[in-house]
Design a protein around this ligand. Sequence first.
Ligand SMILES: NC(=O)c1ccc[n+]([C@@H]2O[C@H](COP(=O)([O-])OP(=O)(O)OC[C@H]3O[C@@H](n4cnc5c(N)ncnc54)[C@H](O)[C@@H]3O)[C@@H](O)[C@H]2O)c1
Length: 315
Amino acid sequence: MSRYLVTGCAGFIGSHLAEALLAEGHDVVGLDSFSDYYPRSVKEENVAAARAGERFRLLEADLAEEPLERHLAGVAGIFHLAAQPGVRGSWGTSFAQYVRDNLLATQRLLEAASAARARVVFASSSSVYGNAAAYPTPEDTRPRPISPYGVTKLGCEHLAAAYAAETGADVVVLRYFTVYGPRQRPDMAFTRIVRALVEGAEFRVFGTGEQSRDVTYVADAVSAAIAAMERAPAGAVYNVGGGTEASLREVVAILERLAGRRLDARHEAAAAGDVRRTAADTSRIRAELGWAPTTSLEQGLEAQLAWAAATVAPR
Ligand SMILES: NC(=O)c1ccc[n+]([C@@H]2O[C@H](COP(=O)([O-])OP(=O)(O)OC[C@H]3O[C@@H](n4cnc5c(N)ncnc54)[C@H](O)[C@@H]3O)[C@@H](O)[C@H]2O)c1
C-alpha cells in the first residue's frame, strides 16, 4: 500500500478520488486551500467521509504559497486536482486567480515533485481543445482553447512537458471531459438542473441548449486517475470521456423524466468561452491502460438526482 497526495481533496473530483484510494487501503494526504469559488461548507461536506478515515490527513494549505517539499516525504505519487475551475468566470479581472491557482500552483508543485521524484497525475481539461478541428477529438489534435481557463490548463500541460524534459519530472496528463455525479460543483449545469428540479426553482440555460458534451461519471474519472498513476508511461496524455455525447436539452429531458417534474428553464445568451461540442476519442487510454467507463448516462444522472434530493431542501 502507498501514500498519495491528493491536491484539491475537498473539491468534487478530489474528494471522490481520496475516498477511492482509502478504500483500496492506501494512505492519503489531502491538500486543499478551501478557496472561496464556492462555499466552504460544501467543501467540508465533500471531504467529510474521507476525513472520517484513519488513514487520511487533511492539510489546509495554498499551493501557491505552501513550501511543499516537506509534505512529499514518503509520498509515492501526487494526484494534482487543485485548480480554479470554470470557463465562464475566467474572463476579466478574475483571470488573476486562474493564473495563481492553475499556473503558479502547478509550477510550484512540479518543482517539488521533480525534487522528490514523485509521479504527478494532472487533471487537465477538454477545454484545451476549444472548438476542436475533429470529433471525436484525439489527443494529438492541435489544442486551441477559447477561454482563459482553457489557456491556463494548456499552460499547465506545457509546464509539465518542460519539467519532464529538463528535470525528469514524471507527469501523466488526463484531459477530463465534463465530469458529473454526486457533489458536482454548484456552478456546473447538471447540479444547477437537479437542484432546480428538487427545489422547484428556475434553471438558467446559457445558449440554446443544443450545445453538447461528452460527459464522464465521477467514478469513471477516478478510476482513470488511479490507472494513470499505476500503469501509464511517463509523459502520457489521455482523453478521459464517458463515451456518451448529450446535448443539454437531452440531459434535461432525462432528468425531467427521472424526477417526474418539468423544469422551469429560462434561456440566456450563450456564455463566452463555452464550446459548441465536445467528444473524446478515448482509444488511447483504452488501449494503453485498459480503462473504460462503466456508468451509463442514465445511471449517472439518477445518482446525481438522488444526491440532490438528499441534500437540497424542497421549496
Ligand atoms: N469537473 C469537471 O467537469 C472537470 C473537467 C475537466 C477538468 N477538471 C479539472 O479537475 C480538477 C478538479 O475539478 P473539480 O470540478 O473537482 O473542482 P473543485 O473546485 O470542486 O475542486 C478543486 C479544489 O481545489 C482547491 N484549490 C483551488 N486553488 C487551490 C490552491 N491554490 N491550493 C490548494 N487548493 C486549491 C479548491 O479549494 C477546490 O476544493 C480541476 O483541476 C479541474 O480543472 C474538472
